[in-house]
Unconditional design. Sequence first.
Length: 191
Amino acid sequence: MPTAGWWDALWPNPAGVLEAVGLRRDMAAIDLCCGDGWFTLPMSKVAASVVAIDIDRNMLEAARDRLAAAGATNCEFVEGDAYELARHMRGPADFVLMANAFHGVPDQPRLADAIAKALKPAGRLAVVNWHQRRREETTILGEPRGPKGELRMSPEQTIASIKREASYLQAWSSCRPITTRSSWNALENVL
Ligand SMILES: C[S@@+](CC[C@H](N)C(=O)[O-])C[C@H]1O[C@@H](n2cnc3c(N)ncnc32)[C@H](O)[C@@H]1O
């Protein structure tokens, strides 16, 4: 998880991202690999309920603190492995967000399968990824940021890796809206 500062600069409007990828009121939502809760907090303001999951206890504590400070009461925090997602759920969800994390998953089809099992039949998975560009081209606050170039995925690659195992997932999205929405738009065309 990157340090704060440039993360805020990268994601100045997390609520806008959530709206764009389809989070709606009354949804039971999951913030998978939630980190320190940068997206979890705005999720909790829209969704009926949120389950925030991360394997890193310190990250989860930071998320818990962030939401507590904001007075959010509809979020449950789970320390656990994303592959075991279904085991951590009390019931199926409407929406899963995976922000800034899918590119680093070693077994993406396995994770897609786990997510599909945790979602309702018409549920939605939104994957927010970095653009598939050279790292030197994605500078934030004057420095190259984000995953190594070989880890970056196009929207089409993201969809293909999910679809292989979970063809019944309804929709997903991929974007990095700091300077341009081109990846996002490409994906909209694919759906
Ligand atoms: C770059 S951070 C992104 C955090 C958050 N989604 C955001 O965009 O602000 C990636 C997070 O994934 C978590 N993570 C990595 N592998 C995981 C796994 N197998 N299960 C659950 N969380 C995992 C890390 O602990 C880290 O907090």
